[in-house]
Design a protein around this ligand. Structure first.
Ligand code: FAD
Length: 303
């Protein structure tokens, strides 16, 4: 990144502290990735929009991120500015037509807030280790639920202004959204939830958490299911039937517990994950003629 541009961005956004040369392995759940040129964690919408405008004005590429639980950053890192929305940007508020959450709120905190208000619908999201922003962008889902179905409206920066987009106009589909299509920044979302029985909500949350613990290798760094579900199949089942459980490239491995998860068994690089991904894709293609597309977002440049 052009350092002059970084100085300009800092001058245009005096309230925001910007760190330089930030190792992305500390900010992603796969625990791999080279350095980002710069990272900022704005504390409010005004600062976030000022940063986005300043980046646009200086032609600086921007990557928005939340909890880094669906990101594979290549070993050469990220040229440009990473904007991370986390606990500084995580308010959850009651609104007349539902709950509003800022983009940096964790989905676990949002599900918990729903339970505290005896609201049902978000039980499935409790074990997804991402933020509301990442969840809306990805249309995260599990156990038959999907965020997109609960959204009254998403608050976005559309590269020029803040807009409230009704949920039905957000083009939510399997692991995609209009925000992804257009490269919009998600600032927050309003959720439509029904009144429910708190004991039943809490019991379902406990049951789904136990199912995750039983089936998923939560003891290792991962990005969850590495591949999208191909139509008519399950990625994990195809990988297992191709005999790939335990296949290893450096520190990256196809989990023995759940073949849809690629895990970091220690010291993996992004290159290890990319090699392993390619091996899995080609073996599944040869055996079943099915193309496995990564669900994980692969960003940055090679070392
Ligand atoms: C153990 C484990 C289990 C998982 N289980 C599930 C599951 O059951 N279902 C599921 O759907 N996913 C699952 N995931 C994947 C992941 O948690 C989700 O995709 C989550 O929604 C990503 O949120 P995040 O905040 O971590 O996003 P990040 O990983 O930080 O980013 C993901 C993508 O969203 C973009 N993005 C993030 N925030 C914003 C924003 N505010 N505005 C615009 N773009 C943004 C990023 O640029 C990137 O392209 C799992 C991951 C792990 C590690």
């Amino acid at each position: 990144m052009n350092m002059e541009n970084l100085e300009k961005i800092c001058a245009l956004c005096p309230g925001v502290s910007v760190q330089r040369h930030v190792g992305m392995d500390k900010y992603t759940t796969l625990r791999v990735g080279g350095p980002a040129d710069a990272m900022a964690e704005p504390e409010n919408e005004a600062d976030l929009c000022a940063l986005l405008s300043a980046a646009e004005e200086t032609g600086t590429p921007v990557l928005l991120m939340g909890n880094g639980s669906n990101l594979l950053v290549r070993d050469g890192g990220i040229r440009g500015l990473v904007i991370r929305l986390g606990k500084n940007f995580s308010a959850i508020e009651d609104r007349p037509d539902g709950l509003y959450a800022q983009a940096g709120a964790l989905l676990s905190a949002l599900s918990r807030a729903a339970l505290d208000r005896s609201l049902t619908g978000l039980e499935f999201a409790q074990g997804i280790p991402g933020t509301v922003g990442g969840g809306v962008y990805m249309n995260a889902g599990a156990y038959g639920g999907e965020l997109g179905r609960l959204i009254v409206s998403a608050r976005v920066w559309d590269c020029a202004a803040i807009r409230e987009i009704p949920g039905e106009d957000m083009a939510f589909a399997y692991r995609s959204s209009l925000a992804m299509e257009k490269g919009w920044t998600v600032l927050g979302a309003r959720f439509r939830l029904e009144k429910g029985d708190p004991a039943a909500i809490s019991a379902l949350m406990r049951e789904l958490a136990a199912r995750r613990k039983d089936k998923q290798p939560l003891e290792y760094p991962s990005a969850g299911s590495f591949f999208k579900r191909p139509t008519g199949h399950f990625a994990g089942a195809l990988i297992e039937q191709a005999g790939l459980k335990g296949l290893t490239s450096g520190g990256a491995q196809v989990s023995e517990k759940h073949a849809g998860f690629l895990i970091n068994v220690g010291g993996a690089t992004a290159g290890d994950f990319l090699t392993l991904m390619a091996q899995v894709q080609s073996a599944v293609w040869e055996k079943f003629g099915v193309n496995l597309e990564p669900e994980v977002r692969i960003v940055g440049e090679d070392a």
